[in-house]
Design a protein around this ligand. Structure first.
Ligand SMILES: Nc1nc2c(c(=O)[nH]1)N[C@H]1C(S)=C(S)[C@@H](COP(=O)(O)OP(=O)(O)OC[C@H]3O[C@@H](n4cnc5c(=O)[nH]c(N)nc54)[C@H](O)[C@@H]3O)O[C@H]1N2
Ligand SMILES: Nc1nc2c(c(=O)[nH]1)N[C@H]1C(S)=C(S)[C@@H](COP(=O)(O)OP(=O)(O)OC[C@H]3O[C@@H](n4cnc5c(=O)[nH]c(N)nc54)[C@H](O)[C@@H]3O)O[C@H]1N2
Ligand code: SF4
Ligand SMILES: [Mo]
Length: 739
């Protein structure tokens, strides 16, 4: 790229940040093979999309804790004793041991857990490997994030929409709370829209940052989002605020929907959600009457017991108010024709029907598994050109809870090998006790990581990963949008660190799949992916840092929607065929009682960290040294606890310790527990660096009564808990952390 050279040995390169998953673009400066500084993008439109985690990249990428050479376990599992081995030896041994396990237990006994955005250059080689081997058991952190939302959206209109931020007049945030240092581009988009006069409606039990500035704030009880949406529909249908042309011509099942909505009169919705019915009606009217309104994706509704219904209700609201694929509404982008999508690279058609049917979760909770992917194959191919749509890496995956049960109990069959890449598996799903049991029961665990996490400590082999300043990439936002962004290699990875692309290629070749892994380098596969537009990576790099086709609206008029009926399915034919309720409904979460009187929710992301990461990065940890529980002052008073006390939060599943933060902005009766806490500084002192002290996954159950029926996602938003004051300052070691 022209202009990359700076005086001396200095260089400036374009980067797509992977410290969190929103992929900001900026420039990375390096000097003599070391990244020195992150600077804003030279395009002023992109320049403001940067946060202090992004600018901390040199601290992360150059950190002394970075893993640099492959490690092989020599102590007991989890004991954290290692010998250094060569990369070649590691791959040879992994291939050999994997072969033995899959010969004995079948290919489905291998599971892969990954997140993909941080490892970035996997190019679906993980799915390709599993599909060639014959294992359907791929899981991801996005099973509890945008991935499952994408899968559920497809039931209703066959794609996962993206708000038209630049033109919208109304933004509805179900919990979702982007901030200056949390999903900065979305925060900036909301700010700009507001400056143009767009209305913002926030639904959040807390007075969140977004709620503080909202036009309307509905402080619903946690976990009641589906009921709230049914209330909105009630108003919208009764007052005929919907787009009757669109409903008549493009929607199926409106009459059935109306009947269902009748079961949720506003009095009932008020009673369930705790929000005044007038305010509910007012919000529904503002949304429906806006000239272009959006309900951006939110993780809140993908982590609830009524998750499938709540996500479907968002889809239904978008559709019947005429906000689908229109200016100012939510656009259905499709694949970028200039870049071969992961959907094609994954080779999903190579996995036999028999093996697909073995996917864990296929029978009980099928919505994001291959079972539904197969039902959507034809319409997806017809409308979007590919039979499988890997959207946000979340589709056609196994159910994590089912996978951990199979690992721990061998039920319904044993899973005996786990490869985990860029994912802190132990802390990143529900029921950490069962995950631990499952991991301890493995014959082989391989972790591809940049730091020694609690999950990596449990592995047999730990392979050092590269990071975004050490590799080339063209990021396609996993087909959520059709933007292509350039990320350039600035420096070489340390010692034997390498990419997940390299790992799968080497393992695939060792296991007899040479012909399906023809690309030697990341640049080779980038050339291949760009080949449909007759370009190489070098051409792309030479010509641009970003490209995006102009949006086209109302594409469905030509193609129909990618659903079985070709219409928007308010009544879902797929859910009906699977034996689930084809219409959305509200289901109450596990009830509180005298013993466990508080409504606990996990989340409220912390600015300095992404999920379970960065607790070892001093400049970031200093901003948030310890985990905090939020509670309302009246609740704290009742419990006899004060701000800054160390307290223990207990549920029937487990207990965690954290510092109390008494906040007026909390809703009474609610407690917030943060996600992702472990203590890198406790390595060698506490089991698995304190992974069981403060992690929300210890508290969250995945018993059937806590799972959404259709997808089997756990209820993170409103489960019963209680507070116990910890008399001794047990957490002093934690609070000294990172210094
Ligand atoms: N209990 C519980 N589980 C959750 C959630 C929750 O709130 N509670 N939230 C869910 C949500 S919303 C999400 S998005 C997911 C997130 O799940 P993950 O994406 O797995 O998130 P992280 O915890 O950041 O774990 C990523 C790991 O990748 C490593 N890593 C970072 N960069 C690289 C790299 O370039 N190469 C390699 N090889 N490794 C790298 C980091 O060190 C870190 O250990 O978790 C979900 N799971
Ligand atoms: N700094 C930083 N930024 C991040 C991340 C990070 O780890 N760190 N993670 C990124 C990722 S992967 C994700 S998924 C997002 C998540 O980020 P957000 O979408 O903002 O989600 P949270 O911060 O978990 O919670 C947002 C709000 O939901 C409210 N809430 C809790 N329960 C409920 C409920 O039942 N209903 C409703 N309507 N509201 C509820 C909480 O009070 C809180 O104010 O953030 C992204 N941005
Ligand atoms: S919000 Fe921050 S951490 Fe996330 S991609 Fe942007 S700069 Fe990186
Ligand atoms: Mo997420």
């Amino acid at each position: 790229m022209p202009g990359n050279e700076l005086p001396g040995n200095r260089k400036s390169t374009y980067s797509v940040c992977t410290i969190c998953d929103i992929g900001c673009q900026f420039r990375s400066e390096s000097d003599g093979g070391r990244v020195t500084r992150i600077v804003a993008h030279d395009n002023p439109m992109l320049a403001r999309n940067i946060c202090y985690k992004g600018t901390a990249a040199p601290h992360i990428h150059n950190h002394s804790d970075r893993l640099r050479v492959p490690l092989k376990r020599i102590g007991a599992r989890g004991e954290d004793r290692w010998e250094e081995i060569s990369y070649g030896q590691a791959i040879d041994e992994i291939a050999q041991r994997l072969g033995t396990i899959t010969n004995q237990y079948g290919p489905e006994s291998l599971a892969v857990s990954t997140s993909g955005w941080n490892t970035q250059t996997t190019h679906s080689m993980d799915r390709r490997f599993l599909n060639l081997l014959g294992s359907p058991n791929w899981i991801s952190g996005v099973a509890l994030c945008a991935g499952n939302t994408a899968a559920v959206n497809r039931l209703t209109y066959g794609w996962f929409p993206m708000p038209d931020w630049g033109n919208t007049s109304c933004i509805v945030l179900f919990g979702h709370n982007p901030r200056k240092h949390s999903w900065t581009p979305i925060y900036n988009s909301i700010r700009s829209a507001r400056a143009r006069g767009a209305k913002v409606i926030v639904l959040d039990p807390r007075i969140s940052d977004q709620a503080e500035q909202a036009d309307l704030h509905l402080r619903l009880r946690a976990g009641t989002d589906a009921a709230m949406c049914l209330g909105w529909l009630n108003v919208i249908i009764e007052e005929r605020l919907y787009d009757s042309d669109f409903v008549e011509n493009w929607c199926e099942g409106f009459q059935e929907l109306c009947q269902r909505v009748n079961d949720y009169p506003l009095e009932r919705v008020e009673q369930i959600t705790g929000v005044d019915r007038e305010l509910i009606a007012q919000a529904a009217r503002v949304y429906a009457n806006a000239d272009g309104a959006v309900i951006p994706w939110t993780p809140i509704t993908d982590q609830q017991i009524s998750s499938t219904s709540a996500i479907r209700l968002h889809s239904i609201l978008r559709a019947i108010t005429g906000n689908l694929d229109v200016v100012g509404g939510e656009t259905l982008g499709g694949f970028n024709p200039n870049y071969i999508p992961e959907s094609e690279l994954g080779l999903h058609e190579m996995l036999s029907d028999e093996q697909k049917a073995k996917q864990l979760g296929y029978a009980d909770h099928p919505v994001f598994t291959y079972r539904v992917a197969e039902m959507l194959k034809q319409p997806t191919h017809r409308v979007w050109g590919y039979p499988y749509a890997d959207l946000v890496m979340g589709c056609h995956m196994a159910n994590p809870t089912n996978v951990f049960r199979a690992m721990a109990k061998g039920d319904p069959y044993p899973v005996k090998a786990l490869i985990t890449l860029g994912n802190n598996t132990l802390l990143s799903y529900a029921n950490q006790h069962q995950i631990f049991e499952g991991l301890m029961n493995q014959d082989l665990i391989v972790a591809h990581e940049i730091f020694m996490t609690p999950t990596a400590m449990l592995a047999d082999y730990v392979l050092p990963g590269d990071v975004f300043t050490e590799r080339n990439h063209v990021a396609d936002s996993w087909s959520w949008t059709n933007r292509l962004s350039l990320s350039q290699k600035a420096v070489e990875p340390p010692e034997e660190a390498s990419s997940t692309f390299q790992f799968w290629t080497d393992l695939g070749r060792r296991m007899g799949f040479e012909e399906h892994f023809p690309w030697d380098t990341v640049e080779d596969i980038l050339d291949y992916r760009l080949s449909r537009s007759n370009r190489t990576f070098a051409d792309f790099e030479e010509s641009t840092y970003m490209e995006m086709p102009a949006p086209k609206f109302r594409k469905y008029r030509k193609t129909g929607f990618a659903t079985p009926s070709g219409k928007v399915e308010l009544y879902s034919n797929i859910l009906s065929e699977l034996g689930f309720d084809p219409l959305p409904y509200y289901r109450e979460g596990p009830t509180l009682d005298e013993e466990y009187p508080y409504t606990v929710f996990t989340g409220v992301r912390e600015d300095p960290f992404f999920q379970t990461g960065q607790r070892n990065i001093e400049v970031l940890r200093a901003r948030c040294p310890e985990p905090k529980l939020f509670m309302h002052p009246s609740d704290a008073r009742r419990e006899g606890v004060d701000d800054a006390d160390w307290v223990c939060l207990e549920t029937r599943a487990g207990q965690v310790t954290a510092k109390l933060s008494v906040q007026h902005s909390m809703k009474e009766g609610h407690i917030r527990v943060p996600h992702g806490w472990w203590y890198p500084e406790m390595r060698g002192r506490e089991k698995l660096s304190g992974a069981f002290i403060s992690s929300d996954a210890v508290l969250c159950s995945d018993d059937d009564e806590f799972l959404d029926y259709e997808q089997g996602v756990p209820h993170f938003k409103g489960f019963p808990g209680r507070i116990v004051k910890v008399t001794a300052p047990v957490m002093d070691k934690g609070s000294e952390a990172g210094r």
